[in-house]
Design a protein around this ligand. Structure first.
Ligand code: PMP
Length: 375
């Protein structure tokens, strides 16, 4: 039988594995950090109407510059930053819609950034463990991936980060805050130190920003002083819109211009744009379950802690827990109980995302029973 290795595939892709979180049909899926709550009925109606209005015009290509979507994203970005300024962060001024970019999920946003600033002969550096797609996206452009270890507590301080950047002088640095899969956030000083030490592009992946505990600050307020900074966000998590595939970036318009060179023409379909615009017009309704997910996340943290696991601090909609003697076995036993979580390959650890109250209870009950049966 013909296999991939029989084909004249690029040498640097030989032996690589595709992204592979299992997609299994289970009662309780808490494995890919989605928002467990369905899209609210008022938003479903609005999205349906918006898509309906596009259908007869699908003979035409969509707005290549997704102008309206950018305006709506800008409004949300400013509002999110403003809400944080009540917690002491500096308010952001001077951003306009040409500081915004969007694509089919933030994975595609990251891919555009790496196509423009990575590529053959270049390097991308990240602090691991972090999001598993950062190296895959980097290497898919031909860039060399440099992994720098976060150390035992999964933290990252400015000295370690700056030393790594000075040593390797990467073309692209990935920072992820809150960090997947460890959950915690970076202090703003670390981001600023990396920006000041690097000569390349600094990506701050803020996919989980809306779930952060008080005191978290988005890097958006650093943008006016740092033209090599790009912030990546998504509607897949807090917005409960993963299936629509809409990610976005905020950066200096010159950096956004570079992304325009590598994107495929009309990459955001008219249907995607219509759905995302309708959703953004209902932002408060879509975000209404964020607080509920935070409550459930904290309930998971407490329950796992009480059952003797080492629980990492989390600003995300998920929890990384350690002290697991055999992660693959515990993962399997939870699956037997109808609960799918994630083995992300960190020895002694598993990751689970917050669900609805019923899903969170199902997870806690299942792990409680397993721990009781196999002390
Ligand atoms: N960044 C991080 C840190 C993530 O965890 C994810 C999804 N798991 C993404 C980006 C990509 O999400 P999407 O493409 O759905 O926007």
């Amino acid at each position: 039988m013909l296999s991939l290795s029989d084909l004249p595939i690029r040498d640097d892709l030989r032996g690589k594995e595709p992204y592979g979180a299992p997609q299994l049909d289970v009662d309780v899926a808490l494995n890919v950090n989605e928002n467990s709550h369905p899209v609210p009925p008022s938003v479903v109606d609005a999205v349906r109407r918006a898509i309906d209005a596009e259908l007869s015009g699908l003979n035409r290509y969509p707005d290549r510059e997704f102008t309206r979507l950018r305006e709506l994203l800008l409004t949300y970005v400013q509002e999110f930053a403003r809400r944080q300024s009540a917690d002491g962060a500096t308010p952001v001024g001077g951003l306009t819609a040409d500081w915004l970019w969007a694509a089919n999920g933030s994975n595609e946003v990251l891919s555009h950034i790496l196509q423009a600033f990575g590529g053959p002969g270049r390097t991308a550096l990240g602090f691991v463990p972090s999001y598993s797609m950062h190296p895959l996206i980097s290497e898919s452009t031909g860039a060399r991936w440099i992994a720098v270890d976060r150390g035992a507590d999964f933290g990252l301080d400015a000295d370690t980060a700056v030393a790594a950047v000075r040593e390797h002088q990467p073309d692209v640095v990935f920072l992820c805050t809150p960090n997947n899969p460890t959950g915690g956030r970076l202090r703003t000083e670390v981001i600023e130190a990396v920006l000041n030490a690097s000569t390349g592009i600094v990506i701050v992946d803020e996919a989980y920003a809306e779930f952060a505990r008080p005191g978290y600050t988005t890097a958006v307020h650093l943008l006016p002083q740092h033209p090599r900074l790009v912030i990546s966000r998504t509607m897949s998590k807090a917005f409960a819109f993963a299936g629509a595939r809409l990610g976005y970036a905020i950066a200096h318009p010159a950096l956004i211009d570079a992304l325009r060179l590598v994107r495929l023409p009309y990459h955001l379909s008219a249907l995607t744009q219509a759905a995302a615009c309708a959703a953004l017009e209902h932002t408060p309704a879509l975000l209404e379950n964020v607080e509920a997910l935070i409550t459930e996340r904290d309930r998971m943290v407490t329950a796992l802690d009480q059952r003797g696991f080492d629980v990492a601090e989390t600003d995300s909609n998920f929890v990384l827990f350690g002290g697991v003697a055999d992660p693959a076995l515990l993962w399997e036993r939870l699956l037997d109980a109808g609960v799918l979580i994630r083995d992300i390959g960190i020895p002694g650890h598993l990751r689970v995302n917050a669900g609805t109250p019923a899903e969170t209870s199902a997870f806690i009950d299942a792990i409680t029973a397993i721990v009781a049966a196999h002390p």
